[in-house]
Design a protein around this ligand. Structure first.
Ligand code: C2E
Ligand code: CA
Ligand code: CA
Length: 405
């Protein structure tokens, strides 16, 4: 692979928006500066002909409705495409290998074929192997490159921390909860973002020990704050992997009780896009959690492709509108209408609606108008270390006066 790949455009083709979004994030983190995405072969060909800088690397799904990946290979060949291709697919490895052969027979440069879901590790192995200098990926990227071993030793050494961001009730303008957010204060590399290490934890199975460790740390703060008379819900992000583990509710119950926490004070946030992949197994776990009086939130709502009627059948109490959704509604009436009807229906389902990424007074007013219940965002508070929360709460009345005067 050419070192200039980072400067050239890279194109990802898949019919699933969620796959496009996550792959684009992975590629950007690896250092690619121009990541394009297409949902169909037609759209891809249009980009191939028109994009600047030129496309020199294409990652494509083999299975798409309408014109599929095999047809795409033919059309790319007709087009005289000279760059590299990486195939991915939910098909078995034999099908992938045969598609790879077909592409080579067409004189296309196929640098690999990998199974879906795409994993950061697999992708970086293939792309680095095709890079003239294997270390280029590390150097080019401005986000630190972490290995599963580094993460494992950080978890073993209990180095990960929880920071907290307040959820504010719109009507009373009072803080009603805190969301715990993972932080890795890695001394050599500086703090590492959860967007970098959570996917690594999920790929390697480290997510379970990570989740329990963060829950334990969050619950200790929860207990401290309640002992000080502070009444706040404690929201914790959990990975979909936890919902596939039928022993999770009981393990969580034991951990929270042993740490002196209160189950009914707990909210678990699960990301919506992954929730919709397979509902049957997680449903049992979700119901068990609800029966333990734990509140459940759908996170990042609006980024996947669920519809609200699916939500009707899931035992969720809270819906968190993704920040991109909240911002899009500002610029597009269509997005605003979708946002409005989501809020409407969620209300009818008696869910609490939290708007994320509210970073200005205008955004606050917009979501207030939409009848959202709570707000979380930089306008009211950025995430902070647990030790700073009581002081922030004490300063809130003054801060609130300034923000809303
Ligand atoms: P999330 O659950 O959607 O968390 C909200 C993210 O948005 C946080 O990023 C927060 O700092 C950021 N944010 C909040 N308000 C604003 C705003 O006004 N503007 C902007 N631009 N950003 C805002 P953070 O802490 O980097 O977390 C990123 C994601 O990592 C989280 O997204 C969550 O999906 C995941 N994550 C964090 N902690 C954990 C954890 O303990 N377990 C698991 N499984 N995932 C976690
Ligand atoms: Ca969250
Ligand atoms: Ca979110």
């Amino acid at each position: 692979m050419d070192i200039n790949h980072f400067e050239n455009s890279v194109l990802v083709i898949d019919d699933e928006t969620f796959v496009l979004e996550t792959t684009a994030i992975i590629l950007e983190r690896m250092g690619f500066k121009h990541v394009l995405t297409a949902e169909s072969v037609e759209q891809a060909l249009h980009m191939l002909a028109n994009s600047q800088p030129v496309i020199k690397l294409v990652l494509t799904d083999l299975n798409m409705p309408g014109a599929d990946g095999l047809e795409l290979l033919r059309r790319f060949d007709d087009h005289g495409y000279q760059g590299d291709i990486l195939l991915f697919s939910g098909e078995d490895s034999q099908t992938l290998r045969m598609a790879e052969n077909l592409a080579r027979a067409r004189n296309l440069s196929v640098i690999g074929a990998i199974a879906k879901p795409l994993k950061l590790a697999a992708l970086s192995v293939i792309l680095s192997a095709h890079s003239p200098q294997t270390s280029t990926l590390e150097k080019q990227s401005d986000t630190p490159w972490i290995t599963p071993e580094m993460l494992k030793s950080a978890i073993d050494a209990k180095e990960l921390e929880t920071w907290f961001q307040p959820k504010i009730d719109i009507a009373s303008r009072e803080p009603v909860g805190m969301e715990a957010l993972a932080r890795w204060p890695n001394s050599a590399l500086g703090p590492i973002s959860p967007d970098v290490f959570i996917p690594v934890a999920e790929e390697t199975g480290l997510i379970h020990s990570l989740t329990y460790q963060l829950i334990e740390k969050a619950i200790k703060f929860d207990k401290q704050w309640r002992d000080q008379g502070l009444d706040l819900k404690m929201a914790i992000n959990i990975s979909m992997d936890s919902l596939h583990d039928t022993s999770f509710p009981d393990k969580l119950d034991k951990l929270v009780t042993d740490t002196g926490g209160k189950l009914s004070n707990l909210q678990l946030e699960v990301t919506e896009s992954r929730l919709m992949e397979d509902l049957v197994r997680p449903l049992e776990v979700l119901l068990r959690l609800r029966m333990k009086k734990i509140s459940l939130s759908i996170d990042d709502f609006g980024t996947g492709h669920s519809n609200l009627t699916q939500l009707r059948d899931l035992p969720f109490n809270e819906l968190k509108l993704d920040r991109s959704y909240v911002h899009e509604a500002e610029n597009s009436t269509r997005s605003a209408m979708i946002l409005e009807s989501s809020v409407d229906l969620a209300k009818k389902l008696e869910m609490t609606i939290v708007a994320e990424g509210v970073d200005s007074l205008e955004a606050w007013q917009r979501v207030e108008q939409l009848k959202c219940d709570q707000v979380q965002g930089y306008y009211t508070a950025k995430p902070m270390p647990g030790g700073e929360v009581p002081a922030w709460l004490a300063s809130w009345p003054e801060l609130r006066r300034k923000l809303f005067s």
